[in-house]
Each structure stands twice: as structure tokens, then as C-alpha cells.
Design a protein around this ligand. Structure first.
Ligand code: ADP
Ligand code: MG
Length: 207
């Protein structure tokens, strides 16, 4: 793992989110207040601006700075939650581990921090319905040497998690005010998180 790879991944996430801009905007208009796409794009712009400054810095420093930038510039629940994810990840960086082992430990820690911050868990119709299962699967797969297999596996877990938000009611966030009316709509944060994970996984899949 190095700075170049981190910023390359963020760049790929930005491309995918921009390609699905209208879809994500619509999802948050249906069960939220419509600002989710704006918050995500703002965050991605802000952290990509740090590329020159951070590229050659230690990995834990990069993640911490990215998190702090999002915390101070991005609004909404998603701003605070993604900032918490990145700062949580920075705490677990261990240069003695190989890349996949390191990433899985870091991501698991980051998602645990998000759970605490959002006081939420699986089944509440949020981005955590994608991120928690992905973090658990990464731990299970951390000794795998076939990265393409890991990427395909994680892509499927993220997709299943995203789709699982469709037919349940929300018990956290703005969508919880809608009760039964939230059913039939995918959670916007689950969709943007799944797209971000897919953008990273696709870097390891030869198409
Ligand atoms: P806001 O809801 O403040 O307008 P966004 O629109 O940017 O913020 O983000 C909405 C997304 O945040 C939701 O789709 C959901 O995935 C996620 N979310 C909201 N509340 C929580 C929570 N307590 N825990 C985890 N995720 C949450
Ligand atoms: Mg919103």
C-alpha cells in the first residue's frame, strides 16, 4: 500500500460516483433530503486536492488527514461517518503486515468506529448494511493470495448488502421518519458505499 495507490483508488471512486450521480441523487430525494450526492462529491473533491501534499507521507498519516479534511468540509450524516471511517482506519495501520492483511484490519477497525459513531448496526437501512458485511468478509479472506478472487467475493457481498436495504424500514437517519414508506427504496448511502467498494475491487479484476 502506498500513497499513489490510495489516491488512484479515490480517483476511481470519483469516476464511478459521477457516473451514477443522478441515480444517487434520486435515492436520497426519495427517502432523505437529496443532498447525499452533493456531500459525497464534495468530500471526494476535497480529499483529491490533498494528493500532492500527502502522496509521499506515511499511510496512517494520509488516512488521518483525509478523515480530518472530510470532517471539517463535508456536511450530513455521511460526512461525519466517512470521516470516522478513515480516521479509524489510520489507527490500525501496521507496516509489518502484507497489503491485504493490513487493509482488512484497518477497514474492520474503521467500520467499528462508524458503528459506534452512528449507533447503528446491520439491518437499519444504512451504508452499514454494505460496510459491516464487507469488513467481516475481508477479515475472513485476509490470507487469500488470489486478489481477483477476493475482489469478486467482496463485490458480491457489497452488492447483496446494498440490495438488502431495499425492502426494510429504516431505524436510523432521515429515512427512519418515513416508517413503512421507506420500503421499496434502496438506501442512498448503501448504494454510494457499494459503488466505492466496487471501484476499488475492479482494480484487481482483469476484464
Ligand atoms: P443526511 O442524512 O444528514 O442528509 P447524507 O444524505 O449525506 O446525510 O447521508 C445519508 C446516508 O447516511 C443514509 O443513506 C445512510 O446510509 C447514512 N446514515 C444516516 N444515519 C446513519 C447512522 N446513524 N449510521 C450509519 N449510517 C447512517
Ligand atoms: Mg441527505
Amino acid at each position: 500500500m502506498n500513497g499513489d495507490q490510495i489516491f488512484n483508488s479515490i480517483n476511481n471512486i470519483q469516476i464511478s460516483i459521477k457516473n451514477h450521480k443522478d441515480e444517487i441523487e434520486k435515492l436520497d430525494q426519495e427517502i432523505g433530503d437529496g443532498d447525499h450526492i452533493f456531500n459525497i462529491l464534495r468530500g471526494l473533491d476535497e480529499i483529491l486536492n490533498l494528493k500532492e501534499e500527502l502522496m509521499d507521507k506515511p499511510i496512517d498519516h494520509i488516512f488521518k488527514q483525509l478523515g480530518m479534511k472530510i470532517m471539517t468540509t463535508v456536511g450530513g450524516s455521511s460526512g461525519a461517518l466517512f470521516a470516522t471511517l478513515l480516521m479509524g482506519m489510520s489507527k490500525k495501520y501496521n507496516s509489518d503486515l502484507n497489503a491485504l492483511h493490513n487493509l482488512s484490519e484497518m477497514f474492520f477497525e474503521g467500520v467499528q468506529s462508524m458503528k459506534k459513531r452512528g449507533k447503528a448496526d446491520v439491518g437499519e437501512k444504512t451504508m452499514l448494511d454494505v460496510l459491516i458485511p464487507v469488513s467481516k468478509s475481508l477479515i475472513e479472506l485476509q490470507n487469500e493470495t488470489d486478489f481477483e478472487k477476493v475482489a469478486n467475493n467482496i463485490n458480491n457481498v457489497a452488492k447483496d448488502g446494498m440490495l438488502s436495504t431495499k425492502d426494510i424500514i429504516a431505524t436510523k437517519g432521515r429515512a427512519s421518519f418515513l416508517g413503512e414508506r421507506a420500503k421499496g427504496h434502496i438506501d442512498p448511502g448503501a448504494r454510494s458505499s457499494q459503488l466505492a467498494i466496487e471501484a476499488i475491487c475492479n482494480q484487481f479484476i482483469n476484464k
